[in-house]
Design a protein around this ligand. Structure first.
Ligand SMILES: NC(=O)c1ccc[n+]([C@@H]2O[C@H](COP(=O)([O-])OP(=O)(O)OC[C@H]3O[C@@H](n4cnc5c(N)ncnc54)[C@H](OP(=O)(O)O)[C@@H]3O)[C@@H](O)[C@H]2O)c1
Length: 283
């Protein structure tokens, strides 16, 4: 039986892993919330791995508030850079494979075709910069690592775009959503399955991977489909990024090329519309 530690155990992705874990009886998962294991505390990280043996660690812990990161640089750095560094050092010492989750925000969004893992990174905000530096700490510290960059995560768990749209549909008659930022939504349950299958496959093609659902849309398109499926009567208006100023800049285009992970897992990526139907049925 493979033993897997999941950090950031209370977050969206960790809860998705928990909800699919029962389908994989050969894996034994241990979840640690931020209060049980603070990844920025080196001693706590070390004692967790000294106390219990693991084969894999999935790092779901992160500072994920993109806008707040602009004014909380130090905290974002601690969680997204130092935390992964401590995990990488400790995993390396204990021969544990580290699976780390990263983001499309490592790119500047100026591309016009899907980003490959080998494309140059150039984050445009604090969140993306710290996530990129976290990746680099891992790459420089531990050979046995998988870094999976994903985009537009949503699910029935935690706070995310799907849940925000459904809440606003109950509260408002009209809503503007940006139509000039393009990407691919990712149902966090689909990502959880990919991560768990990667572990089960015992694959050792370590490195950086991209994973999202299939399809290229705007946030407006995403909201439109959410309201259609939910039969919401809200009036949805397409607005521009300039009409919705935020503290952090967003990439205009953040589509990820997912062919590398599809190849190693011999698995097709699921279409965003099909996954959205499943997610809405769970709410
Ligand atoms: N959400 C997206 O749209 C998106 C898109 C692309 C990539 N990603 C990446 O996907 C991963 C998972 O995201 P998510 O949506 O599951 O995020 P999330 O729901 O915000 O979960 C992050 C978790 O990390 C925990 N955490 C924060 N600081 C910690 C610390 N020092 N030690 C241990 N745990 C700590 C948080 O706990 P508390 O709540 O107790 O602080 C929270 O449970 C992240 O790496 C994120 O960067 C997300």
């Amino acid at each position: 039986m493979l033993k897997v530690l999941v950090t950031g155990g209370g977050g969206q992705l960790a809860q998705c892993i928990k909800s699919v874990a029962g389908l994989y009886p050969k894996l034994k998962f241990t979840y640690k919330t931020s209060s049980e294991l603070d990844i920025t505390n080196k001693d706590e990280v070390e004692s967790t791995f000294n106390f219990q043996a693991f084969d894999y660690c999935i790092n779901c812990a992160a500072y994920t508030n993109v806008d707040k990161a602009e004014s909380e640089k130090e905290l974002a750095y601690k969680i997204n850079v130092l935390g992964p560094k401590y995990l990488a050092e400790t995993c390396s010492k204990h021969q544990v494979t580290l699976i780390h989750v990263s983001t499309d925000f490592v790119f500047d969004g100026n591309a016009s075709k899907p980003y490959k893992e080998t494309d140059s990174t150039n984050p445009i905000g604090v969140y993306g910069k710290t996530k990129l530096e976290g990746e680099q700490q891992i790459i420089n510290t531990i050979k046995n690592h998988f870094i999976i960059r994903t985009s537009w995560l949503y699910s029935e768990f935690g706070n995310n775009f799907l849940k925000t749209m459904l809440r606003l549909a109950d509260q408002r008659d009209e809503l503007g959503v940006v139509g000039d930022q393009i990407g691919s939504p990712t149902y966090a349950i689909d990502l959880a399955v990919v991560i768990v299958e990667l572990i089960e496959s015992k694959n050792n093609a370590y490195g950086v991977y991209h994973y999202s659902n299939k399809g290229v849309i705007s946030w407006y398109d995403f909201a439109k489909e959410i309201f259609r499926l939910n039969q919401s009567n809200i009036q949805l208006n397409k607005i521009g990024t300039k009409d919705y100023p935020t503290p952090a800049k967003r990439p205009k285009y953040s589509v990820l090329d997912t062919s590398k992970i599809s190849q190693i897992l011999d698995k097709k990526t699921l279409n965003w519309k099909d996954s959205l139907v499943v997610a809405i049925s769970k709410l």
